[in-house]
Ligand binder design. Structure first.
Ligand SMILES: Cc1cc2nc3c(=O)[nH]c(=O)nc-3n(C[C@H](O)[C@H](O)[C@H](O)COP(=O)(O)OP(=O)(O)OC[C@H]3O[C@@H](n4cnc5c(N)ncnc54)[C@H](O)[C@@H]3O)c2cc1C
Length: 467
């Protein structure tokens, strides 16, 4: 019997699509074998849609017995080349596993299947009167399982931390098809190693996450969004210090350069936020819990203006304006990728090193990319910068990417020198695997390899990704 026939026997004919069985057009089929890196071509023949954990287990057992490689696939919004099937792997998409399983009103936790789109997790949480606080611009397409497999961050990390902080339990299928259940609906469970943490950030190399239990929290009563303009990067850091000291809970602290704003205005047709243009903009969101917080906000703004850190500023007057301010920040990735071919770098630095790093980085970029457009933005409050090099229009794609590949090691060694990480939140995948040693020691990498062998003895999950 063919592979298609054998897998169809396990999970049903309707849940397997092959490149040649005519159930899906080629473009859509290929889109399940790539992510948002746009650097790799899909080259695979079978796309599987398990409906539950047992289906996943049957697929993995089959792959284990027949030495077939698997690419676990979420919403394919990744920026590290983790969900790429380019070497005839089988793609296992969790898209049909998107149901709510349970809500526990005592622990305030939500259990869902791992293929649920992140925005739907937000909706279900809100229906129960709570919030799931991990949020970023791709949540309309990403899966909660993919978020956990990449240990996603986003725009609220300064307040709530990475997704790791919000995962109480999970069900996974490991490399021989066995189903493991880690923790669940309890807060306290000191019974040895907490294995679920190994799967957060594992990028599909240890197993397939099929169900997750998430901690929810209270919905903020209200928020206030402020947009500042400033002329110097170091002032962004000074403003951050003042915001951190204020009794107001800081919900987000983001920045963008004027070039990023320009691309968003151009692509999304939004208005310029200020009368004049400025080199840098800061978007700050605060939680407003009670009337007194408005006084705190006023004091904070006075302090910032008194220290002459800001050239201009505006407080959102209503929810529409809040959304517009957020568009300036959240519209950047989309605007850049529609308008340009981009080489992205998602990096993190200790905040105290940020100023000297930026200075060194700027001179490196000037020397290595003379005349190239650079678009810099990011979750600066948690030390995360998104560095985007835009391809000059008269340069061939291959020349552009090969020159970026040559400069990357110099950039990474600068990051290493300043105690940072070559990947803040997007992961390693295929994109940065050659550079992992800039952030992890050879001995750490060897321990990771050994851990992979424990969960995936035949190396069938995402071979060639991460290391
Ligand atoms: C516009 C835009 C903005 C973004 N902003 C942010 C941001 O602010 N913060 C941030 O962290 N990321 C951001 N990202 C990157 C991306 O959205 C995240 O990495 C996201 O968590 C990926 O989820 P996904 O479901 O799309 O995963 P995919 O891209 O499908 O997969 C990512 C990795 O996880 C593995 N995987 C997927 N599902 C599973 C599963 N069920 N079990 C095991 N492994 C699995 C895949 O094999 C792959 O290695 C952004 C992306 C875009 C396009």
């Amino acid at each position: 019997m063919t592979i298609e026939g054998q897998i169809a026997d396990l999970i049903g004919t309707e849940n397997i699509i092959s490149r040649t069985n005519g159930k899906m057009d080629e473009l859509t089929f290929n889109s399940y074998g790539v992510d948002r890196t746009k650097l790799y071509q899909a080259n695979y023949d079978y796309l599987l849609f398990p409906r539950n954990t047992l289906d996943v287990s049957k697929i993995v057992k089959y792959a284990y017995d027949n030495n077939i490689a698997i690419v676990p696939s979420g919403g394919r919004t990744g920026y590290a080349g983790g969900a790429i099937a380019k070497d005839k792997e089988i793609v296992v998409s969790l898209s049909k596993m998107d149901k709510t399983i349970d809500f526990d009103p005592f622990l305030v936790s939500l259990t869902v299947e791992a293929g649920m789109i992140t925005q739907n997790v937000h909706k279900v949480a809100e229906e129960h009167g709570y919030v799931f606080p991990v949020d970023f611009a791709a949540t309309g397409s990403s899966h909660i399982g993919g978020n956990i497999a990449t240990n996603a961050g986003g725009v609220r990390v300064v307040r709530y931390g990475l997704i790791r902080n919000w995962v109480l339990g999970m069900k996974v299928v490991v490399g021989n098809g066995e189903i493991l259940e880690f923790n669940g609906n309890i807060l306290k469970n000191n019974t040895g190693y907490d294995l679920k943490h190994l799967f957060m950030g594992s990028e599909g190399t240890l197993g397939i996450i099929t169900e997750v239990t998430l901690k929810l929290t209270n919905i903020p009563r209200d928020t206030n969004v402020v947009l500042f303009a400033t002329d110097d990067f170091s002032k962004i850091l000074e403003v951050f210090k003042i915001c951190s000291k204020s009794p107001l809970p800081l919900m987000a602290y983001e920045f963008l350069t004027d070039r990023c704003l320009d691309k968003v205005i151009h692509h999304l047709g939004v208005n310029n936020p200020f009368e004049n243009r400025h080199p840098y903009y800061i978007l700050v969101e605060f939680e407003i819990r009670e009337e007194k917080d408005n006084e705190h906000l006023e004091t904070l703004l006075n302090d910032i203006f008194a220290e002459e850190l800001i050239s201009d500023g505006s407080i959102a007057q209503n929810s529409t304006q809040k959304k517009t301010f957020w568009k300036y920040r959240e519209g950047i990735s989309e605007s850049l990728s529609i308008l340009h071919t981009v080489h992205k770098n998602d990096i993190s630095l200790p905040l105290r090193e940020m100023k000297s790093f930026i200075e060194a980085m700027e001179s490196l970029l000037k020397e290595k990319y003379p005349g190239f457009e650079i678009a810099l933005f990011g979750h600066v409050g948690d030390g995360n910068l998104h560095l985007n090099i835009l391809k000059p229009s008269d340069m061939k794609d291959e020349d552009f990417f090969s020159s970026c590949k040559k400069v990357d090691p110099e950039m990474f060694s600068l990051i290493q020198k300043h105690g940072g990480s070559i990947s803040a939140e997007h992961g390693i995948g295929l994109l940065k695997k050659d550079f992992l040693e800039f952030s992890r020691s050879p001995s750490e990498i060897e321990y990771m390899r050994q851990i992979k062998k424990v969960f995936d003895p035949k190396g069938i999950f995402n071979p060639g990704k991460v290391f």
